[in-house]
Design a protein around this ligand. Sequence first.
Ligand code: MN
Ligand code: MN
Length: 461
Amino acid sequence: MERRNAWKTYTQEQLKELDQINDRYKVCLDEGKTERECIRLTVKEIEKQGYRNLNDIKGSLKTGDKVYAVCMGKSIAMFRIGKEPLENGMNILGAHIDSPRIDVKQNPLYENEELAYLDTHYYGGIKKYQWVTLPLAMHGVVAKKDGSIVEISIGEDAEDPVLYITDLLIHLSGKQLQKKAAEVIEGEMLDILIGSRPLAELPDDSKKDAVKQNVLKILNEKYGIEEEDFLSAELEIVPAGKARDCGLDRSMIAAYGQDDRVCAYTSLAAMLEMEETPKRTGCCLLVDKEEIGSVGATGMQSRFFENSVAELLDGMGCYSELALRRALRNSSMLSSDVSAGYDPAYGEAFEKKNAAYLGRGIVLNKFTGARGKSGSNDANAEYVARVRRIFDDHNVAFQTAELGKVDFGGGGTIAYIAALYGMEVIDSGVAVLSMHAPWEVTSKADVYEAYKAYKAFLLDA
Ligand code: MN
Ligand code: MN
């Protein structure tokens, strides 16, 4: 049961569309490197297309309306109200917009031997040794006591300075290289080098930590922030630089944060390109905190989504507890998250018949989990059949896979949380090489097929 390579099937016209989608995707990757940036970008795009904030709406909602709700600037639910009653359920595309990275601690700034650093705590699952000796950027916000928010983005413009995490030179690494890979770089060693120049004009009695003081002076001049403001900041350290075409044939994309922005972007694009008012209400849900267990107010486990659907029903004049439960239970969802792409260099980690391959289209994961499917949403066979039919009807290239060989590891997504409502949900997404590395690789054909798949699903599920 081998699946075909999608590249072999494209017409000139399709190749043109494929390039357009991928060019827009790269721009979005560059502009949305954090969950907050993704939400800002999304709201800007969808408002251009007539989506209105549920909070601002006076009067009632009706078929054809486009609305959205944002939770704390980090997750969003958008709806295109369909012709059928909401109680009949929605077609939902869900993806996450947080990615593994390195977060700055609340009391981060220190100086050691005239070098200034920011102390950090990594976010999500990373191989720590991959994050050293790279140009890094800092994105985020500083919330000040007076209620103002300072946006920070340093390291992306060609003129910007970048930040850096050091590693030991090879010449002195005899002992380090004997360590296990998990211990070569430990969590507390991921501190960010941010300065080495002492503040010159200090009086003699306060020359201590002059490099740190100079960094503080720069932060104060540029952003109006003081050291205590770090206490209420969310600063994320990510690889600096733009998404790039990868391969001499330009068939792939190398970029930071493709898990899971590749699914978020394609879901959003599909949502925005729904031409007519759909039969069933279409929904695109982009959530935060998946990489740390979907926790918190902005993660999938929060009531944000459920509350938004309740507001939607209320706006349509048909809210009741039962209507809400029915709307959720009768929904169909693609929980969209990336899959492990088969990597010949590490072939022993995969079972070849049930692996996802770059270029063979969107991946359906009937289940995820680890050690005996533990923690998995195991989609119903009947639902898998329905999704297969939709994809085949719309000529979407798809493949099925599981994450590596049995008992080699595992991973989770947001599917099991949506399944709590009793709705049909299956994991689907794009295969990625070097998932969770600073630069991840996807196939442009798979990006295109995911976009096609999500469009088909919104229309026909
Ligand atoms: Mn993911
Ligand atoms: Mn992930």
